[in-house]
Design a protein around this ligand. Structure first.
Ligand code: HEC
Ligand SMILES: [Cu+2]
Length: 312
């Protein structure tokens, strides 16, 4: 049966095994108890007015049985749970570290070679990875269902996740700790690449290859970035007000700022708003937009601008 998410890490089979074990034990006990309950109700029902319940106080054999069997089952479940939990929390010696920072409402990933990505985590297949995680603001929780790993992120301490991916592909990252208005948009992707592809991603050649082969119009690329890079968390495209101003009709509009100055929204203004959001704060909004400096390439920003232009 495949009602579970794809299984794409070395932990996934163990977690699934414990889940199945607990589920099967529970289902069998439930059916057994339910059946006996109904059976006894019928068998020992009062058949006539002077039917008397015999005065049985206890039965040592039965009592031992129903204590010993569940205890053994609990110990078995505990042992499996402990073994897999121990594997999960022990960092392998050759693990590669990646720093993860969560903030309302995005994920950033810092790699040891100085690379930085937004909402998209890149890892090589078969390589033990250790995520060193922290939050810039409230509690968040990093969850990759396909890897069966989940861990809260806090502001005042580091927390960790270990995993080794076993399947190439793209898997979802969710925030599973309610963290404010746009919590449900705090999404990301893990890209599990072959060793060769990862090496070329690391030295930067992969991105160019990928870009050259995608001949989408820039506004279309911008539309994808809008959701992939998490702008969707704060900006609507249909005129609805959110944490930030809507993008609908933004281009060419007169913008009034908190300090009373104003400007017409052109390409340069939008680029500045993305790289240095604190410079000009639109009247009526808080200074909460994170800077995307170093997280978006110039071509990404151009694509976003084209997309904003298309939202009339
Ligand atoms: C955490 C919420 C948040 C996220 C995420 C966010 N923004 Fe913003 N953004 C704001 C807020 C609030 C403002 C208005 C205050 C200001 O000017 O800084 C704003 C303003 C802007 C403006 C100027 C808008 C105007 O009406 O003049 C642009 C352009 C913009 N953001 C682009 C982006 C892009 C592109 C992304 C994604 C890469 C993004 N924002 C992600 C909150 C956010
Ligand atoms: Cu969150």
């Amino acid at each position: 049966m495949n009602w579970l998410p794809v299984s794409a890490s070395t932990f996934a089979p163990g977690v699934d095994f414990v889940l199945w074990l607990v589920t099967i034990i529970s289902v069998i006990s439930c059916i057994l108890i339910g059946f006996l309950l109904v059976y006894f109700v019928i068998k020992y029902r009062r058949k006539s007015d002077n039917d008397q319940t015999p005065a049985i106080t206890h039965d040592s054999f039965l009592e031992t049985l129903w204590t010993v069997i569940p205890t053994i089952l609990c110990i078995v479940i505990f042992i499996y749970g402990y073994v897999f939990y121990d594997q999960y929390t022990t960092t392998p010696k050759n693990a590669v570290e990646i720093n993860v920072t969560a903030k309302q409402w995005l994920w950033t990933f810092d790699y040891s070679n100085g690379k930085k990505t937004l909402n998209e985590l890149y890892v090589p297949i078969g390589q033990p990875i250790r995520l060193v995680m922290q939050s810039d603001d409230v509690l968040h929780s990093f969850f990759v269902p396909a890897f069966r790993v989940k861990q809260d992120l806090m502001g005042n301490r580091y927390t960790y996740i270990n995993f080794t991916a076993t399947k190439e592909g793209v898997f979802d990252i969710y925030c599973t700790e309610y963290c404010g208005t746009a919590h449900s948009n705090m999404l990301g992707k893990v890209h599990v690449l072959s060793k060769e592809k990862f090496a070329s991603w690391e030295d930067g050649s992969a991105k160019k290859v990928q870009k050259a082969s995608s001949n989408l119009p820039p506004a279309e690329v911008g539309r994808q970035l809008y959701s992939d890079k998490g702008c969707v968390a704060c900006h609507s495209i249909d005129g609805a007000d959110g944490v930030g101003p809507t993008w609908k009709g933004l281009f060419g509009k007169n913008r009034i700022f908190a300090d009373g100055t104003s400007i017409l929204a052109d390409e340069n203004y939008i680029k500045e708003s993305i790289l240095y959001p604190g410079e000009k704060i639109v009247e009526g909004y808080g200074p909460v937009m994170p800077s995307y400096k170093g997280l978006l390439e110039d071509s990404d920003i151009t694509a976003i601008i084209e997309y904003i232009k298309s939202l009339k």
